[in-house]
Unconditional design. Sequence first.
Length: 118
Amino acid sequence: VQLQASGGGLVQAGESLRLSCAASGSLSSINRMGWYRQAPGKQRELVADITTTGSTNYADSVKGRFTISGDSAKNTVYMQMNSLKPEDTAVYYCNAQGVWFRQRYENWGQGTLVTVSS
């Protein structure tokens, strides 16, 4: 599974951005996709993820502000980020997890930088 992330940029606090992650390859093997982020000097952390059945999970810091969704027709997962805060500044990475020939795997897309100015 290959992942192509896009949508990062520079915004002011309170503004919105939408990240996209387009998946290709063995899509039927995927059971979960999500977004992680890594700020300078910090560990990578889960922001939100979604299963192929539509169940979602969010970090407490983004609940009520971010929404993750999937479009199966476009093989793409989106994350709408509203009311952005300076502390949301990070490199955001798309992630896919699944099973292929009974082996669990985890693939990453390239990062996309989100910068929120105060």
